[in-house]
Ligand binder design. Structure first.
Ligand code: PEP
Ligand code: MG
Length: 563
C-alpha cells in the first residue's frame, strides 16, 4: 500500500495505463535572430489558438470558473517578461528559440517552486504546462491525447497538466495517479470538478506500476494498492459502495430545506476565502455566505489592496451569490496571519496582541478603505458586515462612529449604497460573550467564532500541539458560554450563528439546535451532510439534550452524552 495526497474522492479498481510522455530533447544550435523570433511568434500564436479552443470547450462543459484556468494560461503565454527574456537569450547567444525558451521557463518554474505559499508554489505547474505546449509546437511533436481511450483505465503519470485533465475521455478514465502535485494544483481542482477520483504526490508511482497492473485506490484517504488480493478487492468494493451510497444520499439533500422535523429552519451557510469558493458553495447548495474571510485579499502581495480592488472583489462575490446573503468579515490580520507590508512588530503573544479590529481601529485609513469598498459594493446585492475579535462595547461604539461618518461622506458625494446593511460582531472573546445581553442591543447579529473562543476560554493556544488535548470542543465551560451567547441573542430577537469549525461537527449539531442557533456556517463540503442531520432532528428533543448537558462537569461526559 502506497500513500499520497488526496486530490479528488472516490474509490476505484481497474487496470493501469502508464502515460509515458516522450522526453523532449532540447538541442542548442546556432541560428539567426530573425528566424527564431518568427518561429517563436508562430508557436505563441498557435498555442494561443489551442488555448482559446480549450477555454471555449471548458466554458461549455465545466463552466466559467474552470475556463478561467486557461485564461490564466493565455496570460502566461503573453507574459512580457517571459518573451523579453527568451528573445534576449536568442539575440545574445544566437541560439534557437526552444533552447532559449526552455532556459527561461526553467528559471521561472524554479522561482515559483520555492515559494512559501502552497497556492503560488502550485502555479509552477501552470507555467510548465504553457511552456511545454510551446516547446511541443516548436519541435513539431504531439502531446499524448487522453481524449480517446480504448477502454476503462486508471491513468498513471509523472504529472498531468490542467489541459490534459480538462480534455480527458471521461467515460474511460476511472481515475488517475501522479508522482507529483498538490491538493491545490489546477489538476487536482479540475479532477474534483470532473468528479474523477485522483491521488497526487505519490513520489515514484510511475516506477512501481506497469501497464496492465490491477490497481485499487481510495481518492479520499490517498491509499493505493497495486495488484490487490481478493480480500483487498472486497475491501475496496465495500468502500466504493459506501461512497456511492453516501453521495447518493447527500445528493438527495440538494434543494431540500434545512428544517427540523418540528419545522425549525437553521440556515446552512458556507465559509469562503476567495470568490473562487462560490463554485463549491453553489454545488453544495449552501444558503448564504456566513463568513467571508477577507484577509486572503490582503495576503500574497506587497502592498495594501486599493479601495477599487476591494470593491471589485466584494462585488464579484455579491453578484456571484445571485441574491443569497453574504456576511463579509473585515480584516482579521495578526495572530498567525501576517502581512509583509504592515509592520505589526514582534510580539510575545501574537494571539493576545495586535490583531483584527484592534489594528483596524488604530489604522483608520486601512479600515475606512475597506468599509468604503463594502458600502459601494452593497448596491449589487445583499451584504452584511461583521467585525472580528470584539472584546468590549467600547470597540463596537468606535466602529459605529466611523461607520456613520463614512455613510455621511458618501451621502454628501451622492454615492449610492444600500441602507439595509446588517452589522454584526464575532463572539470569540469571553469578555464579549459574557456581556452579550448588552452587546445584542447594539448590533444586528452575532456569529460565534469557536476556533478563537475555544483558545481564549480554555487559555489554550490553537497552534500549540503540546496542549492540543485542552483544545476540546466538548469542554462544558466553553459550551455553556456558547449557550449563554445564543440565549442572549435570541432574547433580543437577534440572529446568532456559529462560523468556527465546531459548526459542522456532527455530534454537536443537535446541541446547537437545542440551544436555539439560527445559522451554522462551515466549509461548503459539509453543508449537505449537516442538512441531513438537521432534517432528522426534533428541536424539542434537542432542548431536552441541552437540559441534560447542563448537569455535566467533564468533557468526556459531554462527549458520551452526545454519542
Ligand atoms: C473563529 O475564530 O472561529 C473564526 C471563524 O475565525 P478564524 O478561524 O478566521 O480566526
Ligand atoms: Mg477567529
Amino acid at each position: 500500500m502506497i500513500k499520497g495526497t488526496s486530490a479528488s474522492p472516490g474509490v476505484v479498481i481497474g487496470s493501469a495505463l502508464l502515460i509515458n510522455e516522450e522526453e523532449l530533447v532540447i538541442l542548442k544550435f546556432i541560428s539567426t535572430f530573425e528566424l527564431e523570433e518568427a518561429r517563436l511568434g508562430q508557436a505563441i500564436a498557435s498555442a494561443k489558438l489551442e488555448l482559446n479552443v480549450l477555454r471555449e470547450s471548458t466554458h461549455k462543459t465545466l463552466g466559467e470558473d474552470k475556463a478561467q484556468i486557461f485564461e490564466a494560461h493565455i496570460m502566461i503565454l503573453e507574459d512580457p517578461e517571459l518573451l523579453k527574456q527568451t528573445l534576449t537569450i536568442i539575440r545574445r547567444e544566437s541560439v534557437n528559440a526552444e533552447f532559449a525558451l526552455n532556459t527561461v521557463a526553467n528559471q521561472f518554474i524554479a522561482v515559483f517552486e520555492t515559494m512559501d505559499d502552497e497556492y503560488l508554489r502550485e502555479r509552477a505547474s501552470d507555467i510548465r504546462d504553457v511552456t511545454s505546449r510551446l516547446l511541443y509546437t516548436l519541435l513539431k511533436k504531439k502531446k499524448v491525447s487522453l481524449g480517446n481511450l480504448n477502454g476503462p483505465v486508471i491513468l498513471i503519470a509523472h504529472d498531468l497538466t490542467p489541459s490534459q485533465t480538462a480534455s480527458m475521455d471521461r467515460a474511460n478514465v476511472l481515475g488517475f495517479l501522479t508522482d507529483i502535485g498538490g491538493k491545490t494544483s489546477h489538476t487536482a481542482i479540475m479532477a474534483r470538478t470532473l468528479e474523477i477520483p485522483a491521488i497526487v504526490g505519490l513520489g515514484n508511482i510511475t516506477q512501481k506500476i506497469k501497464d496492465g497492473d490491477q490497481i485499487a485506490f481510495d481518492g479520499e484517504t490517498g491509499e493505493v494498492t497495486i495488484n490487490p488480493t481478493a480480500e483487498q478487492i472486497e475491501f475496496y468494493n465495500n468502500r466504493h459502495n459506501a461512497f456511492l451510497e453516501m453521495k447518493h444520499e447527500l445528493g438527495r439533500m440538494i434543494g431540500l430545506e434545512s428544517k427540523t422535523l418540528d419545522g425549525f429552519h437553521i440556515e446552512l451557510a458556507a465559509n469562503i476565502g476567495t470568490p473562487k469558493d462560490l463554485d463549491a458553495l453553489h454545488r453544495n447548495d449552501a444558503e448564504a455566505v456566513g463568513l467571508y474571510r477577507t484577509e486572503f485579499l490582503f495576503m500574497d502581495r506587497t502592498s495594501m489592496p486599493t479601495e477599487e480592488e476591494q470593491y471589485q472583489a466584494y462585488t464579484e462575490v455579491v453578484l456571484g451569490l445571485k441574491g443569497k446573503n453574504c456576511i463579509i468579515r473585515t480584516l482579521d490580520i495578526g495572530g498567525d496571519k501576517k502581512l509583509s507590508y504592515l509592520n505589526i512588530g514582534e510580539e510575545a503573544n501574537p494571539f493576545l496582541g495586535y490583531r483584527a479590529i484592534r489594528i483596524c481601529l488604530k489604522e483608520p485609513e486601512l479600515f475606512k478603505t475597506q468599509l468604503l469598498a463594502l458600502l459601494r459594493a452593497s448596491v449589487h446585492g445583499p451584504l452584511s458586515i461583521m467585525f472580528p475579535m470584539i472584546s468590549s462595547l467600547e470597540e463596537i461604539l468606535a466602529v459605529k462612529k466611523i461607520w456613520n461618518e463614512l455613510k455621511k461622506e458618501l451621502d454628501n458625494k451622492n454615492v449610492p449604497y444600500s441602507h439595509n446593511i446588517q452589522l454584526g460582531i464575532m463572539i470569540e472573546i469571553p469578555s464579549a460573550a459574557i456581556i452579550s445581553d448588552i452587546l445584542a442591543d447594539h448590533v444586528d447579529f452575532f456569529s460565534i467564532g469557536t476556533n478563537d473562543l475555544t483558545q481564549y476560554t480554555c487559555a489554550v493556544d490553537r497552534m500549540n500541539e503540546k496542549i492540543e488535548y485542552l483544545y476540546n470542543p466538548y469542554n462544558p465551560g466553553l459550551l455553556r458560554l456558547i449557550h449563554m451567547t445564543i440565549k442572549n441573542a435570541r432574547a433580543k430577537n437577534k440572529m446568532v450563528g456559529i462560523c468556527g469549525s465546531m459548526a459542522h461537527q456532527k455530534d454537536l449539531v443537535p446541541l446547537f439546535v437545542g440551544m436555539g442557533i439560527s445559522e451554522l456556517s462551515m466549509s461548503a463540503m459539509h453543508v449537505l451532510s449537516t442538512r441531513k442531520i438537521i432534517r432528522g432532528l426534533k428541536k424539542s428533543e434537542c432542548e431536552k439534550l441541552v437540559e441534560k448537558f447542563l448537569k455535566l462537569g467533564t468533557a468526556d461526559e459531554v462527549k458520551a452524552l452526545l454519542n
